[in-house]
Design a protein. Structure first.
Length: 141
């Protein structure tokens, strides 16, 4: 291989790699923007609940697993009050580094006094890697 050909090949490779990095960065920005939009929509749905009281302490998230191409987590609401209650719960799915991957809103209705009831939070899209479900907000109404 001639010296000039080697330099041209190296320059072409560098440009291709730089282009890949730019495409990867752009894809990351798109996913980040979509995730923010989903989280915003989930918060708007929570804001629609009238006469709800903070019940984050009544609710817990189980381990995540996959169901088809979605990530799911069993969410349990335990009603400490003396009458039936409905729960509206915002669940965040996060990666191992704590980055927000997705947010969903789940309703668990008719939880009897002193009893627990479960529901399944299901991601809006396919999530890759290790994920954890966390209760971002819970309202009892």
């Amino acid at each position: 291989m001639k010296r000039g050909t080697g330099i041209a090949l190296a320059a072409t490779t560098l440009l291709a790699l730089t282009g890949c990095d730019a495409a990867t960065d752009k894809a990351g920005q798109i996913v980040s923007s979509a995730t923010a939009a989903v989280a915003s929509a989930a918060q708007e749905k929570m804001n629609e609940v009238k006469d709800g009281v903070d019940a984050t302490g009544d609710v817990r998230a189980g381990a995540t697993s996959t169901d088809g191409d979605r990530t799911v987590a069993e969410i349990t609401a335990t009603n400490p009050k003396d009458k039936n209650a409905d729960y509206t719960i915002m669940v965040n799915f996060r990666d191992g580094e704590g980055n927000l991957l997705d947010a969903v809103v789940l309703s668990i209705s008719g939880v009897a006094p002193g009893k627990s009831k479960t529901g399944t939070a299901r991601s809006n899209r396919t999530l890759s890697g290790a994920t954890k479900a966390e209760i971002a907000q819970a309202l009892r109404h």
